[in-house]
Unconditional design. Structure first.
Length: 159
């Protein structure tokens, strides 16, 4: 994960190898059925690397992150807090365990488009260098350095 000429696909493959054995977090999708009602169900798992989610086969852009939890009976001073508690309960109802981290609303990144010189989600090719926009307001940084830092953080927190 260090050479400037490496493609995004190569860098992501190297990150997957470095993450072998590291804990993954749940990928959820909202479902609504007449019989089971609204819920967020598990459809996979991924390593959470900041603005990226990395599965065994895809790179995804993060969106909503929540922990599955029973909302209990609480008084909320803000409507947004009540809505967030309801979202956490949907994950619990969908089969996630209490306290499980759930990623919802993520989108698949077209890594081939990035390697062809384009942009997809938070990834883009900038001056021939695979790069990542690490926040909405932030600038671009080399993907190799970003992945190196995020992989180290994830492995350290798991150790």
């Amino acid at each position: 994960m260090q050479q400037s000429g490496e493609s995004a696909a190569q860098l992501l493959a190297e990150a997957r190898t470095a993450l072998a054995g590291a804990p993954k977090e749940g990928l959820g999708e909202e479902k609504d059925s007449r019989w089971r009602g609204r819920r967020i169900v598990r459809i996979g798992e991924a390593w959470h690397l900041g603005v990226l989610l990395l599965t065994d086969t895809h790179a995804l852009a993060t969106a909503e992150v929540l922990r599955a939890a029973d909302p209990g009976r609480r008084g909320y001073t803000a409507e947004s807090a009540r809505e967030r508690a309801e979202r956490r309960a949907l994950a619990l109802r969908g089969g996630f365990g209490e306290g499980d981290v759930v990623h919802v609303g993520w989108t698949v990144i077209d890594v081939d488009a990035v390697d062809a010189g384009g942009e997809s989600g938070p990834l883009a090719m900038r001056d021939g260098l695979a790069s990542v926009r690490w926040s909405q307001a932030g600038g671009w940084m080399p993907l190799a350095a970003y992945l190196r830092e995020r992989v180290e953080l994830l492995r350290a927190s798991a150790g």
